[in-house]
Write a protein that binds this ligand. Structure first.
Ligand SMILES: Cc1cc2nc3c(=O)[nH]c(=O)nc-3n(C[C@H](O)[C@H](O)[C@H](O)COP(=O)(O)OP(=O)(O)OC[C@H]3O[C@@H](n4cnc5c(N)ncnc54)[C@H](O)[C@@H]3O)c2cc1C
Length: 385
């Protein structure tokens, strides 16, 4: 029986939309199934290196809310270090409902079909095909009400809560989670081109304040251990430092699947991308860049797989290891040392004369953690200046 589609993409976040666009642009018949009605709310700081533009043939500028020229780090709201980002490699702040929707729209323009309000309920292999069962919104207009669709290949892009990545043997068998609380505050912004990271207020993590149009995207992330952070207490100190009421904004907490070792991101006829593949940086929670990168690399590999190339999907796992995982292995080591002794980490890692430039290079994607890790870890372990 012929398949309904070449590829079904489960989830229309940054990773799924990027994969859908690049597959549709290669002429593949693509169906994207999204659980939520679009545009959907996604708690996220929205900070992203502008270098992601190189992965898309269309201009991402319409989805960018704010261009960041400098990043300020503090310890307990004091002792600031400012890193000026190079003009050719700025940092962008995006709203996820806008960015993800914009890339999904480009995928639709390239020929992909997008069905929202269509939660995927189960996935099964049927010979060479995938059978995907969805809730009501997944049925094609005028088509079978059963919501069963088939495809030759599958992209698992359903984010940090993904049940499918684990059941299909993609990524770590027991994913590791950071916890994050996000708050959006509408208010006048004092320094619209400055992103802030504060390390002293959060045990085993940091908080951030990113300016965006008409307000701030603020949050608290914890990267070691499972104990709950007193996010309201932290925000109660951070917000007044920005001239905001301590209890401003609605708070959303979400677990975030973080990178935790090299694992296969493919199985026969299927790949995992983005948070579902546990790609998020375990030191700074950078998950957008790997989500987009994995969507692009997954589409390239699936296109070759559908064209009959043996080993194409293994090539996807290998590419993600080389282009992202190797740096994350160092990022995880840095996180383990830094967040155990953050005060020392701040003094020796961030308050160095060369640090602002290095940090700018990491945030812009110009450098990986591997380029700086050995020196940073030695300095933290042996507390050498
Ligand atoms: C509070 C917070 C702040 C963050 N800040 C930053 C930041 O500033 N910069 C950065 O780079 N990263 C940040 N991250 C990480 C970043 O948000 C993620 O890494 C990124 O969203 C991953 O994109 P994704 O497409 O893989 O997953 P998601 O964006 O989560 O998309 C998954 C999609 O799948 C859909 N879905 C789920 N289940 C199903 C189903 N059964 N059927 C169909 N669809 C389904 C969901 O509705 C969703 O639309 C932050 C994360 C958090 C929690």
């Amino acid at each position: 029986m012929p398949a309904d589609f070449d590829v079904i993409v489960v989830g229309s976040g940054a990773a799924g939309s990027a994969a859908a666009f690049h597959l549709a642009a290669r002429g593949r018949r693509v169906l994207v199934l999204e659980r939520e009605r679009l545009p959907r709310r996604k708690p996220c700081g929205g900070g992203m290196a502008a270098s992601v533009q190189r992965w898309f043939p269309f201009d991402l500028a319409p989805a960018v809310d704010q261009v960041i020229a400098q990043v300020r780090f503090t310890w307990c709201l004091e002792d600031p270090v400012t890193a000026v980002l190079p003009g050719d490699a700025p940092f962008w702040i995006v709203r996820r409902s806008v960015l993800d929707g914009y890339i999904a729209e480009q995928a639709s323009l390239a020929g992909a079909e997008l069905r929202d309000g269509a939660p995927v309920e189960s996935i099964a292999r049927d010979g060479e095909l995938w059978r995907v069962v969805t809730g009501p919104g997944g049925a094609a207009a005028g088509g079978s009400p059963s919501g069963v669709v088939t495809a030759r290949a599958l992209v698992v892009a359903d984010g940090s809560g993904s049940p499918f990545a684990t059941s299909l043997g993609l990524g770590p068998p027991r994913p590791r989670y950071a916890s994050a609380v996000a708050v959006e505050v509408e208010a006048p912004v004092a320094e619209p081109d400055t992103a802030r990271f504060e390390f002293g207020l959060v045990r085993h993590g940091f908080c951030w304040a990113f300016p965006r149009k008409g307000g701030y995207s603020i949050g608290v992330g914890t990267f070691i251990g499972r104990e709950a952070t007193d996010a309201d207490g932290v925000l109660g100190r951070l917000l007044p430092s920005l001239g905001l009421p301590a209890d401003a904004g609605e708070r959303f907490s979400s677990p975030l699947r973080v990178w935790d070792g090299h694992h296969a991101l493919h199985a026969p006829g299927v790949v995992a991308v983005g948070d579902a593949a546990s790609l998020c940086d375990p030191f700074l929670a950078e998950g957008l860049r790997p989500a987009l990168l994995s969507g692009v690399r997954a589409a390239e590999a699936l296109d070759r797989h559908l064209g009959g190339e043996t080993g194409a999907l293994a090539g996807y796992t290998a590419a993600m290891r080389e282009q992202w995982g190797d740096s994350m292995a160092w990022g995880r080591r840095i996180a383990q040392v830094f967040y155990r002794v953050p005060k020392v980490g701040y003094q020796l890692g961030i308050k160095r004369p060369t640090a602002p430039q290095r940090i700018a290079q990491i945030l812009s994607g110009e450098m990986g953690y591997g380029d700086i890790a050995q020196r940073v870890i030695k300095r933290l372990l042996f507390q050498r200046g």
